[in-house]
Design a protein around this ligand. Sequence first.
Ligand SMILES: Cc1ncc(COP(=O)(O)O)c(C=O)c1O
Length: 406
Amino acid sequence: MTEPIKITAELNARPGTHYRPETRLVHSGTLRSQFGETSEALFLTQGYVYENSAQAEARFKNEDPGYQYSRFANPTVAMFERRIAEFEGAEAARATATGMAAVTLALMGQVKAGDHVVASKAVFGSCLYVVEDYLPRFGVTSTLVGGFDLDEWRAAMRPNTKTCFLETPTNPTLNVLDIAEIAKIAHGVGATLVVDNVFSTPLWQSPLSLGADCVVYSTTKHIDGQGRCLGGVILGSEKFINDNIQVFLRQTGPSMSPFNAWVMLKGLETLGVRVRQQTDTAAAVATALDKHPKVSKLLYPGRPDHPQAKIIAKQMKGGSTLVAFEVAGGKAGAFKFQDALKLVRISNNLGDAKSLITHPATTTHQRLKPEQRAELGISDGMVRLSCGLEHPDDLIDDVLNALKAV
Ligand SMILES: Cc1ncc(COP(=O)(O)O)c(C=O)c1O
């Protein structure tokens, strides 16, 4: 067939917002060509050609709706953005090269010198670096708050507070912050709220519906879910994305590659079944660890003994694919346990089909001072288990056997 590829609206007209979320994860955003391919095409191209000079001119004047350059937009990336936006209930989304690119852009895109940012201390280490070290270099001051105490958020607000940032459930302690209440506090001074929703996944928590203005993901985690590609995404209203993100992304260039977008797009199709299964497994692991003599503390969102069970009940639709627990014997106990695992591998990553274990105090949170870790509840014996897609009984056997080494 020699006819040029045309994206045909007729073949794509089926998905709609009336479908249930799982259906949207499979169908939304598909741009099918006239060849009628079942799986979405990978448009692995940097640029686009124009039929004539007038079309090139019109494209650059935004009078002809087409693609110009893949740093700005690409059909495969657009399919991923549309699909995740429809699932999240967001008007718009922009995909980025990594999760950190998404967080950096979501914050930097909103502020200018003289502005102020309030963030929870319990965020991923690199996010903390952006808020604490990087923004102040450009004249943007920041205040870090403990997170749970709403009065601390209230007290931190200033007339020039432009945005607030939090992560919930938190890494690695799986504590939960009240998105709706913090959004109200931010809006009270005209600030926005950005939520890093990585630990809950789009399946279990919808920050925009709770009042947040922007949601960010490292799609590297559950959205890929099989350890292949890095990626990130920023979601919000058309206005939020147009005012803060679109131009910054286009001009500074942390865009997602079409190949990675294609992997993420296919990842979304299985996100629902994977995250449900991984969550059920994590709940089963938590039950197996409950009152275990070698486990001094257990944190699992979804259990009635979780310290923020009331907030979880009002803002989350499901638990977590992760379990955090404290192994008896501090660092030595945690190391003995991790090294005795046969199936679960030691890694700092999460959300993968393969179960992974992390000792935060010596890896992801090693940069923090001991007193900062203590404040966040990250003890020397704490480990974070990301449950994969193995049979839950094999995982439980592995964990219980390894605890015998402690
Ligand atoms: C909560 C959270 N946010 C952001 C990131 C950064 O994502 P990426 O590694 O894709 O840049 C991570 C990565 O571990 C994370 O766990």
